[in-house]
Design a binder for this molecule. Structure first.
Ligand code: NAD
Length: 248
């Protein structure tokens, strides 16, 4: 198995893309810290992983709270002794409004979780990985790390920023045996899209040349590759898994 003896941490692992990543990491031999703000979903993810023969532990954390993220990394090391792989996945879609009408509170909420939360994750993960002598980080951005999402300017802004943060980490840690890459999924069929009505969903599907939404498992396969030694010369990059969305 390609992640045998590795210790991995996934935020937002109680649902959707994060859940698929945590399950695939565990299937490939990693011991996984499943973290989420939603305790019920996080615990049920651990149950699912264990019943499939994997190893996982739930640690509750709100990624927009730096103390909780620091404590999450500490709990990972206390539980499994080290940290080799971290996937900063927790994120929200947030308010939808034209930029001129976007509320200040709505803006701040998206920045707190989608950008500050990823920074807090990287900050404490990097410190621990330096102590370990190396590691790998994968940040979940979006196609909206490179193209607009009309009515979601906070989302677009944070995802572009995550791509930038990822480049900086790649540049700074290249000689410290720590790699960091970002992933840009197109629209993926997860509970995040539940807020959309059927018509809006249909219009989104039409924007993907492959004529469908992606699955969480298809995103997880790219994340697994970027988390493993198979991507040993890749850092500071931004990789799409978008059914062709950004090609047209
Ligand atoms: P989801 O809503 O299914 O899952 C997100 C998980 O994150 C939930 O379990 C939620 O409880 C958790 N979470 C939310 N806020 C949190 C916080 N402050 N602290 C800790 N956990 C928190 O969503 P998803 O579709 O799986 O999205 C996961 C990531 O993928 C997000 O960063 C999202 O922006 C990104 N993404 C999603 C899509 C898509 O179409 N679904 C496309 C591109 C990128």
């Amino acid at each position: 198995k390609i992640l045998d003896n590795k210790v991995a941490l996934v935020t937002g692992a109680g649902s959707g893309i994060g859940l698929a990543i945590a399950k695939l990491y565990a299937k490939e031999g990693a011991k996984v810290i499943v973290s989420d703000i939603n305790e019920e979903h996080g615990k049920s993810a651990v149950k699912e992983i264990k019943s499939a023969g994997g190893e996982a532990t739930f640690v509750k954390a709100d990624t927009s709270n730096p103390e909780q993220v620091e404590a999450l990394v500490k709990a990972t090391v206390e539980t499994y002794g080290r940290l080799d792989i971290a996937c900063n996945n927790a994120g929200i879609g947030g308010e939808t409004n034209q930029t001129g009408d976007y509320s200040l509170d709505g803006w701040k909420k998206v920045i707190d979780i989608n950008l500050d939360g990823v920074f807090y994750g990287c900050k404490y993960e990097l410190t621990q990985m330096e102590k370990n002598g190396g590691g790998v980080i994968v940040n979940i951005a979006s196609i909206h790390g490179s193209v607009a999402a009309p009515l979601s300017s906070a989302y677009t802004s944070t995802k572009h920023a995550v791509v930038g943060l990822t480049k900086n980490i790649g540049a700074e840690y290249g000689q410290k045996n720590i790699r960091c890459n970002a992933v840009g999924p197109g629209y993926i069929d997860t509970p995040l899209l539940n807020q959309l009505d059927a018509e809006h969903k249909k219009a989104l599907i039409a924007k993907h040349p492959m004529g469908r939404l992606g699955t969480s498992e298809e995103v997880a396969e790219l994340v697994l590759f970027l988390s493993s030694e198979k991507s040993s010369f890749m850092t500071g990059g931004y990789y799409l898994v978008d059914g062709g969305y950004t090609a047209v």
